[in-house]
Design a protein around this ligand. Structure first.
Ligand code: CP
Length: 310
């Protein structure tokens, strides 16, 4: 595979720093890789001799496996690092950890970290390409790219489409990256959730806010339903999960009462019976597993384009 265009950036720190041309280039490149990973031989030599380390300071299932698979499909050499079984436990700093790893001639770093801005900090101090795999409550750019790519695949375009993001917007890096990405691609965006879980100044991002789930569902073409992030909540934002499910959960009866189909998305992990019922998550309107499948092709595209950028 060869490309003539380049990304405008050496790192993928957030969707905020991408142009709409960058996003379209990632999608067109992902289209080619999606074709590759559906062949009997799913591997291409594009990143042979490139070494990538996956640094995970926070738990992950989808993102970690998806990056590792994307790297292996591109024939990169892959190192996996988990903070919980490393010398971070003995007090080693992030910069020391990364510099030690880079002295082993690593070209790219994929990092998930609980601190917002941690990948930006690394990008200021080291030469390798950095990919943000989620930094605290800040951004999760590859999740937003695979979400938008999945909507494009389902509806043909993002331009003019109405996307509602439901749930714990306050603690969600997926929400912020999705808002940046969807807006850059011409979609209309609203968020919906309890007032305590909607950031006060969110309308400054050029989006709407709706507190009534039915009204938000009636408005949208796509519902992206997010998890309540209890692990990031140090105070109570709503009385109980049961009450949350009753007032803000999305169930089949609610969807069936609308007179139109809606594309159902969720970045995972799902809390079944809280923000979404199983019969919605597993319904014919759900593209949740297509999101996961597309994540590999999108991450292959990001890795390939950043490696080409050098
Ligand atoms: N969507 C997502 O980031 O899932 P993981 O936390 O399992 O990687």
């Amino acid at each position: 595979m060869s490309i003539t265009q380049q990304l405008s950036t050496k790192h993928l720190l957030g969707i905020k720093y991408l142009t709409s041309e960058d996003i379209h280039l990632i999608f067109e490149t992902a289209d080619s890789f999606k074709e590759v990973i559906n062949r009997p031989i799913k591997k291409v030599p594009s990143l042979r001799d490139i070494t990538i380390v996956n640094l995970f300071f926070e738990d992950s299932t989808r993102t970690r496996i998806s990056f590792e698979l994307a790297e292996k499909r591109l024939s990169a050499d892959v190192l996996n690092f988990s903070a919980s079984s490393s010398s971070v436990k003995k007090g080693e700093t992030l910069l020391d950890t990364v510099n030690n790893i880079l002295s082993m001639k690593v070209d790219m770093v994929v990092m998930r970290h609980p601190a917002p801005g941690a990948p930006h900090f690394l990008a200021r101090h080291i030469d390798a390409n950095i990919i943000n795999a989620g930094d605290g409550t800040h951004e999760h750019p590859t999740q937003a790219l695979l979400d938008a790519y999945s909507i494009r695949e389902k509806l043909g375009t993002l331009e003019g489409k109405k996307v509602a993001i439901f749930g714990d917007i306050l603690h969600s890096r997926v929400a912020l990256s999705n808002i940046f990405c969807l807006k850059k691609l011409g979609a209309e965006v609203i968020v919906c959730g309890p007032p305590t879980l909607i950031p006060k100044h969110i309308h400054e991002l050029g989006i709407g806010v709706e507190y009534n789930v039915r009204k938000a569902l009636e408005w949208c073409d796509v519902a992206n339903i997010l998890r309540i992030q209890l692990e990031r909540q140090d105070i109570k934002y709503f009385p109980s999960l049961r009450e949350y499910a009753q007032y803000f959960g999305i169930n089949k009866a609610l969807l069936d009462s609308l007179d139109k189909p809606i594309v159902i998305m969720h970045p995972g992990p799902i809390n079944r019976g809280v923000e979404i019922t199983s019969d919605v998550a597993d319904s014919e309107h759900s593209i949740i597993l297509q999101q996961v499948e597309n994540g590999v092709a999108v991450r292959m595209a990001v890795l390939y384009l950043l490696a080409a950028r050098g």
